[in-house]
Design a protein around this ligand. Structure first.
Ligand code: ZN
Length: 137
């Protein structure tokens, strides 16, 4: 079950410069920064109501975010939905023929379990499904 839009991922060249824009210019608050080594990214979260903006900077020239910016420039990279039971949902989507980038959930920022769907299956939108730890506990 889809619960809400968890966050919108934005690919940026320079996290510090983008934080300056989102915090000091737009007036949002940053709730935390983290490096996710598995994904070669540094991320920062800016909560807006029930959802967040996730700024992503690549830590490696051949990381996904770096490649994305090279092709399409900075901008919205993915939309993340919070879901109730990620394992069940991935199995069901696979049965329906949805192409999955992650067949098994992996570790995401903030300790969430996440999985990406292939944009070819979702009208060109890179969809991230995430499940927060506290739900399972
Ligand atoms: Zn994300």
């Amino acid at each position: 079950m889809f619960k809400k839009i968890d966050h919108i991922g934005v690919a940026v060249n320079n996290l510090e410069e983008s934080l300056h824009i989102f915090k000091d210019v737009l007036g949002m608050k940053c709730s935390g920064e983290e490096e996710v080594k598995e994904q070669n990214v540094k991320v920062a979260f800016l909560p807006v109501g029930e959802s967040e903006i996730e700024l992503l900077e690549s830590t490696s020239p051949d990381g996904n975010i770096a490649k994305y910016i090279e092709k399409k420039g900075e901008g919205i990279h993915h939309i993340a939905f919070e879901v109730e039971d990620l394992d069940v949902m991935l199995k069901n989507l696979q049965k329906k023929g949805v192409r999955l980038i992650d067949k098994e959930p992996r570790y995401g920022a903030g300790g969430a379990r996440i999985a990406f769907l292939h944009p070819k299956s979702t009208n060109g939108i890179l969809v991230e499904l995430c499940e927060h730890k506290s739900q399972k506990a």
